[in-house]
Design a protein. Sequence first.
Length: 135
Amino acid sequence: GTYHVTYDVADSGGLAADQVARTVIVEAPFDPHHAGTLVVPSRAAEGEPVVITTHVQNNGGPGAALVTVEIYERRRRVARLFSETVPFASGEAKQFVFNWTAPDDGRFRVSVTLATPDGGTLYESVPFAATFVVR
C-alpha cells in the first residue's frame, strides 16, 4: 500500500532540527494460489471429452509463476496439459481451460503446481485439484 510518514530528525544532542514528510510505497510479495479446478462432466463416457478449468489467484504484488496442470491415473501421469511461465499483475486472477479425451476408461485426477519460473521454489502443489471418471 501507500503510506504517508512524518518524522522528526534530531541532532546528536537530541534536539529536533527538522520535521520530514515522506510517501512510501510498499508492494506486497508475489503470492499465487490455486483457487479451484472443475472438470465437466465429472463422469464421462469413453471417448467423450471433458473440459478442465483451473483458476489461479495472485493475492500479492506482481510476479510470474510456472503453472503446471497434469492428469494422472493412479500414480502415472497420462497428460501434461500446460506447463508455462505466466505473468500476474497485483491481485490478478487467471483461468486456464483445457479439453481432454481420455485414451481409455479409468479414474483420473488433475494435479496443479505453482512454482517460480525456474522451478526452484514451490509456491503450491495440489495433487488432487479435481477428480473424474471415464467409463
